[in-house]
Design a protein around this ligand. Structure first.
Ligand SMILES: Cc1cc2nc3c(=O)[nH]c(=O)nc-3n(C[C@H](O)[C@H](O)[C@H](O)COP(=O)(O)O)c2cc1C
Length: 145
């Protein structure tokens, strides 16, 4: 067994799944891809996502106090690279890709029309962890297709 630094070891945790995190900037939608997410409580229904301090989404969630976690189906896989490597302050990712959004029931962030599951979340808590922020959201509505 050889020792490797934890940062490199993180990258070897495979396979992993990912979701789209949808937020908005005063009504203008933004989306990103996140693999550092999980459900963490049934009652109340809570989900966690860990977001880099360098990204746009962390700022938008802090301002709006809400977000959407969308579990993609295979049709959205081709959009992962674009949503996972461009920042919302420099490009309108929905406009560029044509990924379809639909209004949510409770929150202002939209849902991904093609996603298998969409969770609407209201921000419960934010935790500062190293170079990321953890956002804990309480599910107020979820949609399945
Ligand atoms: C498969 C994959 C998983 C990712 N997981 C995360 C994650 O868990 N947290 C994070 O902050 N960024 C993650 N990223 C990077 C962001 O999606 C990327 O930095 C994005 O451009 C941020 O967009 P924004 O600045 O509009 O928020 C991931 C990227 C990919 C391709």
């Amino acid at each position: 067994m050889k020792q490797i630094i934890p940062k490199d070891a993180f990258r070897k945790i495979t396979p992993y799944s990912f979701v789209f995190v949808i937020s908005h900037d005063k009504g203008k939608p933004n989306g990103m891809v996140a693999a550092w997410y999980m459900k963490c409580s049934y009652d109340p229904p809570l989900m966690i996502v860990s977001l880099s301090k360098r990204g746009h989404t962390q700022k938008l969630i802090r301002e709006s106090k809400e977000f959407v976690i969308a579990v993609p189906n295979k049709d959205l896989v081709k959009e992962v690279e674009f949503f996972g490597s461009n920042h919302g302050w420099e490009v309108d990712k929905f406009k560029e890709t044509g990924v379809e959004i639909v209004p949510a029931s409770v929150v202002k962030s939209p849902l991904l029309a093609e996603a298998t599951l969409n969770f609407e979340l209201q921000l419960e808590k934010e935790v500062d962890v190293g170079d990321h922020y953890i956002f804990i959201g309480k599910g107020c509505c979820s949609s399945l297709q």
